[in-house]
Design a protein around this ligand. Sequence first.
Ligand code: NAP
Length: 223
Amino acid sequence: MPDRILILGGTADAAALATRLVAEGHDVITSLAGRLSTAPVLPGEVRIGGFGGADGLAAFLAVRAITRVVDATHPFAATMSRHARDACAAQGIPLQRLQRPLWGKHPGDRWHMADDAAMAARMAARLGRRIFLTVGANTLGPFTRFGGPFYLVRLIEMPSRLAFPRCRLVLDRGPFRLEGEIALMRRFAIDLLVAKASGGPATEAKIRAARSLGIPVVLVRRP
Ligand code: NAP
């Protein structure tokens, strides 16, 4: 029996993996949560939407005769990763995790590590007056409680609302280039970058730009 591989996706890494595995002749299903209004075009089969918890995923694995699972979700998608572990253990199916390398801290980097978004928001309000916020649409809530600073908010899609008294919205998605990130931070006179410690090369340019401009960074630790 050939392998049938389920990739838990929603990341550029997952898309690249699906492309490679399909090109090698594997039978691949990529699963997306469906958070974005348009799904990316991917080789192989694509299914969209939650499974209904770990039990729902376990049932999907059985019904679709999945032989291996690759968890290629974002490092902050902790619930999906936990469900993948539980469902694969229940079905006796091998699970692999595609993990991004953490960004390396360089001498002179002024990194402030936060345990979660609420802590990052408190630190950011203390450290920055003009903040570049790159934590994603689902993590903006705690920052809106601190309305003093100006926020440059970068998201992939237009949010339903943006509850900051002083902000500018930039719609864009990675990979980003160093020169572009430096230009953006200069244009808005940014004095603090806030990011999730996602790691990986696609979004590292903002970290390198902050380093090059001597700007401090508040990083939310991985869950
Ligand atoms: P999460 O909190 O770990 O998952 C919440 C629920 O969403 C899961 O229990 C599952 O619903 C559903 N879900 C998540 N990923 C799924 C997938 N690949 N396929 C099918 N259902 C999925 O996840 P999240 O942080 O909201 O992230 C959602 C998606 O966006 C993930 O695919 C992730 O890779 C991507 N993403 C997340 C971030 C981030 O910062 N969190 C950043 C970039 C991309 P059921 O329980 O019903 O199965």
